[in-house]
Write a protein that binds this ligand. Structure first.
Ligand code: ADP
Ligand code: GLC
Length: 485
């Protein structure tokens, strides 16, 4: 049976992406659309989207609408259109509100950041009303749209259109909860229902959007079963663990999938040659060419390790100053890093490159093309995350025959299986402790293994045979929708 789904998100690939939320929003909704469901995606029309000159059309009757937030009136229109080159006819709805979205980045540090996403969430619901679209599922993502479930139970509860609507909140990262000051609580706009806001938080001086999603959603999902267990503990819950425990079996983990239309070495359009599990030799050519492009001298037996990441504490960068230099000094290793984020981490990689000019290349910035090259050309891929709700690059790496070296946490633990030399099973190298010796141990183990060509090849091929396609993972979401309905 087909379902009507209203999917609200702050990021959508390739139009607006800072991380995996964008990939998942796009791939999951495309899956749902392909599977015959009526999905309506709502996202902001950020400046970068407006400037792309996409053939977007205004939606009839949804122009110049007004929404008052915190006493200020905002005007917005709804634009729609398929995303060109996506190979999908799924229409995306863009909430065009220049006062809030005509800004340089996707996110900002401005004091109305919460307003930007409150408007998105309410606009999605109000557009459903005006379109006469009665969603069976309101699917919200992360703190940005986490007020959706509470809105359904308060502001919009009068409307019979939503009488059958169940709400889902997907937590992609509990580390970002979107706190804003209690003085701005009126911006949520609940009127008489303002008592539904978390009162202790208000007394402490803030509003926590993510917490309201956890409290009021009919179902909370997160992006791996491992992370679903972890966030119920004080170590990983970032203060929401008691509320998540309280929700019992209404908190479930569904591992993200991979969009193999975009991430497949057999068809990757960003690479000059393609390769497969059975025909691996082009991968070696790509490595050679890539090392040349990076001006890194290397022997045929030199191992190349890649990293593509947001440079934030979550990604375990703090472990690297104490581990990488030693391994680089002692072993035959090259490292290609692509990332941006916190200045202190960018600084670290710049210095590492300066200290090891023949071994390390750091590209600061964001590059789709380079990220595909690193996945394809590297022998191994390093993700020493402090925590990782799911992580996508380890799954891309598996498909590309690039052995993941990961910390055993969250989705990394759920998607990578430890290599076992006795049975020749396993897909990568996992380490447990969040410390520098563990990273050194894992890298040295990888280097030793790499020297054994037969074992390494088996390890690569085991990973390449794994399937994390959305056909599988998307169906698990539909199963949860049905459970609610
Ligand atoms: P997170 O969402 O926490 O950043 P994920 O592993 O889920 O982690 O997703 C990260 C996504 O963003 C991947 O598709 C990865 O390739 C991409 N990415 C991260 N940093 C960069 C960058 N500097 N350039 C290009 N792509 C990047
Ligand atoms: C978050 C997490 C990442 C996850 C992504 C998509 O940004 O940090 O682990 O893969 O969301 O769900």
């Amino acid at each position: 049976m087909a379902h009507r789904i209203c999917f609200v998100t702050a990021e959508y690939a390739p139009l607006a992406k800072t991380g995996g939320l964008a990939d998942v929003s796009t791939a999951l909704t495309r899956y749902l659309h392909r599977a015959g469901h009526d999905v309506r995606v709502f996202m902001p029309c950020y400046r970068r989207i407006a400037e792309r000159g996409l053939p977007l059309s205004p939606v009839a009757g949804l122009r110049n609408l007004a929404l008052t937030i915190g006493g200020r009136e905002y005007r917005y229109s709804l634009l729609a259109g398929p995303i060109p080159g996506s190979g999908s006819s799924l229409p995306v709805h863009f909430v065009d509100c220049p006062a809030l979205y005509d800004r340089p980045g996707i996110y900002s540090e401005a004091d109305d950041e919460h307003v930007r996403f409150l408007l998105l969430t309410r606009a999605a619901l109000e557009c459903c009303q005006r379109l006469g679209f009665a969603p069976e599922i309101l699917h919200c993502n992360d703190w940005h749209t986490a007020f959706g479930p509470l809105y359904l139970r308060s502001l919009y509860a009068w409307d019979r259109l939503f009488a059958g609507t169940k709400s889902v909140l997907t937590i992609h990262n509990v580390g970002y909860q979107g706190l804003f000051p209690a003085e701005r609580a009126g911006d949520v706009g609940l009127g008489d229902a303002a008592w539904l806001l978390h009162q202790d938080d208000l007394r402490t001086g803030f509003v926590n959007p993510m917490k309201h999603g956890v409290l009021y959603a009919d179902l909370v999902t997160t992006v791996s079963p491992g992370y679903a267990r972890e966030i119920r503990t004080p170590e990983y819950g970032v203060g929401l663990d008691p509320y998540l425990r309280e929700r019992g079996d209404r908190v479930v983990g569904i591992l993200n999938g991979v969009d193999y239309d975009d991430w497949n070495p057999e068809t990757d359009r960003l690479l000059p040659v393609n390769y497969s599990r059975r025909r691996l030799s082009p991968k070696a050519d790509l490595k050679k060419e890539f090392l040349k492009r990076l001006h890194l001298p290397a022997k045929k037996t030199t191992m190349l390790v890649g990293m593509v990441t947001r440079l934030v504490a979550q990604k375990g960068i703090d472990l690297l100053p104490e581990s990488l230099p030693a391994v680089l000094r002692e072993r035959d290793l090259r490292l290609a890093v692509l990332g941006n984020g916190e200045p202190r981490y960018e600084q670290f990689f710049r210095e590492l490159q300066r200290a090891f000019p023949n071994q390390v290349v750091f590209h600061q910035g964001y590059s789709e093309e380079l990220s595909h090259w690193i996945e394809a050309a590297s022998d191994a891929f390093l993700m020493p995350s402090l925590y990782e709700p799911c992580g996508l690059n380890q799954m891309y790496s598996l498909k590309y025959g690039t052995v993941p070296i990961v910390r055993r946490t969250g989705g990394l633990a759920d998607s990578v299986q430890q290599w076992d030399p006795a049975t020749l099973t396993g897909t990568g190298i996992l380490f447990d402790h969040y410390d520098a010796p563990a990273v050194r141990w894992a890298l040295n183990l990888a280097l030793d293994l790499y020297a054994d060509r037969t074992a390494w090849r088996r390890l690569m091929q085991n990973g390449m045979a794994r399937d994390f396609s959305w056909d599988r993972q998307g169906a698990l979401y539909v199963e949860q929708y049905r459970r609610l309905l």
